[in-house]
Design a protein around this ligand. Structure first.
Ligand SMILES: [Zn+2]
Length: 390
């Protein structure tokens, strides 16, 4: 299946060479597969101090160079989602392969290209500014795509205990939509979900007065929740959305009133709301409908927003200088590890390649975008940490 594979050539850029090394390491979440050792060895060679912060099965890496403020941190994850059926891939998922100006492989976009460009940009910046201001840092986890419990979430708890400060953080998630640089993430919506179990009494459909149908009881309450205008959003966030994702009830028999009905739902919410307010509104509506129920919540993350400031400006200027584009500044899409880092009071933006194929069969990245991504990261460092004398 390697008919289209191209050997590394003299024209191959350093970020592509490193990206291919990372793709070959089958780091299916939460396995790191040696990616962080490779990253650590590259950073150690340019004067970074390496700290491994394993929690549970998860490998986390914290690398810093220099002292004092500000700290500019580049953050990302080495883990990838499973390839899916390998025989559906045009070329093997863990064998980086060039076709049509793209490099194919699991993690090519999400987000080993971000990691390789960060490292090559750090190498170039340190060579030009060995006495840079403040502190450069890199924060890497192998648990972003999975449970995301022992990854950046745990590292941030640990950092808070020991008083670690990070002023600026660039996350390398795939932020671009159609062309590299057309979008920069400046925040993310919050995500909270629950399983609602409505309790009734099972019985024969022919004798409904002896039963209590939880589906009938729940329908009006769920309808009210689905129709509720949670908020109007604001300048940076769309209105909060509520979606029912799974409904389970019934025994399978057509003559039995079920004893319970379960509803899973999820809200993606703006900075106009918080998890506590959402929980209270849901409970108030369920109680108003006099339901007997259990409610099991899971909070994926509160929303975060980086207000206009030095990092947002540096990100826009860097993208504009490299690509000629002025990126849209967005809070759309799913969650990312930025939500945890922002809890340290850190300004966070996300800049990465086009997201069109992430998590898909035949995931790929445009090869011509790789050196541009490196250049954007380098330009951000130049704006925030360049030594005053050079
Ligand atoms: Zn990712």
């Amino acid at each position: 299946m390697s008919l289209a594979a191209v050997r590394p050539s003299a024209s191959q850029t350093p970020e592509q060479a490193l990206l291919e090394q990372l793709i070959r390491r089958e780091s299916v979440t939460p396995i790191d597969a040696g990616c962080q050792d490779l990253i650590a060895s590259r950073l150690e060679a340019i004067g970074f101090t390496i700290e491994h912060l394993p929690f549970g099965d998860v490998a986390n890496l914290w690398a810093t160079r220099g002292t004092g403020a500000p700290t500019l941190c580049f953050a990302g994850h080495t883990d990838v989602v499973p390839s899916g059926p390998a025989d559906q891939w045009t070329s093997p998922p863990f064998e980086p392969t060039e076709r049509d100006g793209h490099l194919f492989g699991r993690g090519a976009a999400d987000m080993k290209s971000g990691l390789s460009s960060m490292i090559v940009a750090l190498e170039a910046f340190v060579a030009a500014h060995p006495d840079h201001r403040g502190r450069l840092a890199m924060l890497v986890t192998s648990d972003e795509e999975g449970a995301a419990r022992d990854g950046i979430r745990r590292v941030v708890e640990h950092f808070r205990e020991r008083g670690e400060t990070i002023e600026f953080c660039v996350v390398g998630e795939c932020s671009s939509v159609d062309a590299f640089g057309d979008r920069m993430m400046v925040g993310r919506r919050g995500s909270i979900g629950a399983t609602l179990t409505v309790i009734g009494r099972q019985g024969h459909v022919a004798y409904p007065h002896l039963a209590d149908n939880p589906v009938h009881r729940a329908l009006a309450a769920m309808d009210e929740l689905a129709r509720l205008r949670w908020d109007e959003g604001n300048a940076e966030f769309p209105p909060t959305s509520f979606q029912i994702t799974n409904v389970r009830a019934g025994t399978g028999a057509s003559n039995v009133v079920p004893g319970t009905a379960e509803f899973d739902f999820n809200l993606r919410y703006s900075t106009e709301l918080d998890a506590g307010t959402i929980r209270k509104r849901v409970v108030d509506i369920l109680d108003a409908h006099r339901l007997s129920y259990r409610l099991d919540w899971w909070l994926s993350g509160e929303p975060f927003l980086t207000h206009p400031g030095p990092l947002r400006s540096a990100g826009i200027e860097a993208i504009n200088a490299v690509t000629g584009l002025t990126p849209a500044e967005s809070t759309a899409g799913g969650t990312s590890d930025g939500r945890f880092i922002a809890q340290l009071g850190t300004e966070v933006v996300e800049i990465g390649p086009v997201n069109a194929t992430i998590h898909q069969i035949d995931e790929c990245v445009r090869i011509a975008d790789l050196p541009k991504l490196t250049a954007v990261y380098r330009e951000i460092m130049e704006r925030l940490l360049a030594s005053p004398t050079t």
